[in-house]
Design a binder for this molecule. Structure first.
Ligand SMILES: [Zn+2]
Length: 95
């Protein structure tokens, strides 16, 4: 499976770092997702980066991928179904 598709299904696997007074993050699967946020001091940036990084890794361990995947697929399927159902009237049964 490509990393981009995995990210779409399972969510990004962000790693957080600090660069001076800026916290930067990117997806560990290298799908291209990234971001940054500035803090008043380099100490703040470092502290938040460490906290977020730890939280993300802990979350990965706790999460059950097998339980999560069907839910996401179901949601995607429902969205697609709703879009397609657009102007059509539902089939009438029993008539
Ligand atoms: Zn990603």
């Amino acid at each position: 499976m490509s990393s981009v598709l995995r990210c779409r299904l399972l969510g990004h696997r962000y790693r957080f770092l600090s660069e001076g007074d800026t916290m930067v993050w990117h997806c560990a699967r290298e799908c291209g997702a990234k971001g940054s946020k500035r803090y008043p001091t380099p100490q703040d940036a470092e502290r938040y980066a460490r906290a977020f990084d730890r939280e993300d890794l802990a979350d990965l361990g706790r999460r059950a991928p097998l339980g999560l995947l069907p839910l996401r697929l179901l949601r995607a399927w429902r969205l697609r179904r709703r879009k397609r159902a657009g102007g059509e009237s539902p089939p009438r049964e029993g008539l």
